[in-house]
Ligand binder design. Sequence first.
Ligand code: UT7
Length: 340
Amino acid sequence: MKTQHPISQNLPGHRVRAVIAGTGSYLPARVMSNDDFTKIVDTSDEWIRTRTGIRERRIAAPGEATSDLAAKAGERALQAAGLNATDLDLIIVATVTPDHLLPSTACLVQRALGAERAFCFDMEAACSGFIYASEVARCFLENGAVRHALVIGAEKMSSIVDWTDRQTCVLFGDGAGAVIWTRAEDGRGLLATAMGSDGRLADLLVVPAGGSRKPASAETVAAREHAIRMSGREVFRHAVVNMAQAARDAIEKAGCTLADITWVIPHQANQRIIEAIAERLELPIGRFYLNLERTGNMSGASIPVALDEAVRGGTIRPGDRILTVAFGSGLTWGASVIQL
Ligand code: UT7
């Protein structure tokens, strides 16, 4: 996002904060519609639309990996910020679909961008990953350790869905969104974040094999244990309760009220979840920016893609105060208040 303010203003009475200097996103070219799913599982466009709000999602090409999507989103964010890759001090990639178990996807993005000065690592907090990663970047920025941080949410969810499971395969999509965070002292910035986790509920949303618990074997592949298993109804219930609470906590921490929030950018998992949160917060659904109809659930990429679209489309403008809120496997959740 090209802001109206210079990147680093020094206005009296304001503390140093992490501010958004630019956003970018990238969606792969291939569109998969709900009707396409009727050819592979027992489902219908009507069921998917009414139960989730999703009409279509993007699917990466076979040779396209998460770091490819992430690097393209990162390039666009650099352009929007008017910065070069060599200006970056830190790259964090929030993902559950890394190119490899090692090295980190962030290091592959560093190589693709030529960001040779940056230190780089991945963040695994599932759908809450972008909020967690931005909060970590905020700490580095505010304590002066870094000046420019690139935070990317990037997912190739199509690489971990079970294409025979109608309860999950219709939900997810691929894509990447990026934000360049920098420092300023002018009242803008990441004002507050509230985060939480509950590992007791880890089994509700899990990819059982491929890690150290169940290393890949012919048996795990045959049992499709490298794909997502989700207890949808349970996750739904926890998502509504915890996202609404996280939103309230972040707003309180930021010292503002819901009335001060111009736009809410929620994790785009299910329109019914978002409507339930709007109801709990007593906010009109029109204040929520939605793109899941076109993208499906892109896990950690959902919020930064929606943010970039809203900024580029002119929906979100400099001066707006936005609330991001997410929920995912772990279980994890979080919300941030950002003054643009
Ligand atoms: O991003 C990470 C967090 N994840 C989420 O937030 C996902 C949270 N969960 C959800 O969004 C919803 O629970 C789902 C969209 C996954 C499912 O919606 P639901 O209203 O909870 O449906 P359900 O699982 O209770 O299933 C209702 C019926 C079942 O049939 P019976 O048992 O009532 O005969 C399912 O078998 O719908 C059936 N069903 C389908 N039918 C057609 C499940 N998936 C499909 C499908 N097409 N794709």
